[in-house]
Structure formats: C-alpha cells, structure tokens
Design a protein around this ligand. Structure first.
Ligand code: FAD
Length: 142
C-alpha cells in the first residue's frame, strides 16, 4: 500500500545551503533504506513544502519524526492519500528552490508572486509539484 503525504512547515532558523544539506544528506540515506521518495521545496520566508511517498507504515513513521523535529515548526498537513503509483519515484529526496523558479509558474497556483504553502490546498500543492517534474526543476537526490 503506497501513500502520498504533503506538508508545509516553517524553519526554526534561516534556511542556508548548510542547513538544507544537513537535512537532505541523512534523509537520502534513510529514505534509500525505507523506500521513501519525494521532494523538499524551499519557499520564500524560510518555509518548507515537502512531498513524501512510500509504504504507508514508512511514511507515517517518518512524518511522526518530522513532526517532532526541532529544526522546524508549524508542521501542517496539506494532503494525504493512498496512491496506486508514485509520482516522485525518481528522488530519494529531490530539492527545489521555489524562489529561483519562473514567477509565471508560481502565479499559476498562487494569488501572489511569492508562494505561501500555508495558504494553498493540498491539491494545488500537488499540481505545483507535478509541474516541477515536467519543468525539470527538481535537483539532486536521485
Ligand atoms: P535522530 O537522528 O535521533 O534525530 C532525533 C532528533 O534530533 C530529530 O527529530 C531532530 O529534532 C534532531 N536532529 C537530528 N539531526 C539534527 C541536526 N543535524 N541538527 C539539529 N538537530 C538534529 N528524515 C528522513 O529520514 N527523510 C526525510 O525525507 C526527511 N525530511 C525532512 C525534512 C525536514 C524539513 C526536516 C526538518 C527534517 C527531515 N527529516 C527527514 C529528518 C527527520 O525529522 C528526522 O530527524 C530523521 O528521520 C531522523 O530521526 P530519528 O529520530 O531516527 O533520528
């Protein structure tokens, strides 16, 4: 049984390349073992948007750890569904910097040119993430 989970959260401190790397490097190792795949987006204002896919038990276990991780707060569940197949199977944990995207992509899904993941629905978050695959905007973590 595969599930997909999307959440938003606010970083406890400024998001720097070092902070991202300190989260992603161990995540990719762990995700390889647990079979979890997905993408971590960094949004303006030190906000994370992450999609996780994998076995229900593994995704639920990981989300439980993520909820208690002190490196971020306001962890907000946007979307959770059972799926027949993954959309993000190519990434142990890919990364996207939303500030570096063409503003037209953001405006397609957002009222303002800066995306606020806390203000969008889970369906909209998924549509945006799917568009990032098509635009080859996801880097690393293969
Ligand atoms: P432990 O290493 O014992 O972690 C226990 C706690 O220590 C953590 O919850 C955290 O609060 C803290 N901690 C761990 N490492 C650091 C560090 N370098 N600096 C400061 N505090 C630290 N994990 C994954 O496996 N896969 C993911 O895709 C994933 N995505 C994440 C996305 C975000 C935005 C964040 C903030 C964390 C993510 N994590 C991910 C990490 C996850 O929250 C857990 O830290 C990780 O799964 C290990 O948990 P643990 O309890 O087994 O291990």
């Amino acid at each position: 049984m595969l599930v997909r989970l999307i959440y938003a959260s606010r970083s406890s401190r400024s998001i720097t390349p070092d902070l991202i790397e300190s989260i992603l490097a161990p995540s990719r190792r762990h995700n390889l073992e647990s079979g979890v795949t997905g993408v971590l987006c960094v949004c303006h204002g030190d906000v994370f948007l992450q999609v996780l896919e994998g076995a229900r038990e593994e995704v639920n276990l990981l989300y439980g750890k993520i909820l208690h991780d002190e490196r971020h707060s306001q962890v907000t569940l946007l979307h959770y569904e059972e799926v027949e197949q993954r959309r993000f199977s190519s990434w142990r944990m890919g990364r996207v910097d939303l500030d570096k995207l063409n503003v037209g992509i953001i405006l397609k899904y957002s009222e303002k040119p800066i995306l606020d993941p806390f203000a969008i629905s889970g369906r909209v978050a998924l549509a945006l993430l799917e568009e990032l695959i098509e635009g080859a905007a996801i880097v690393g973590g293969c």
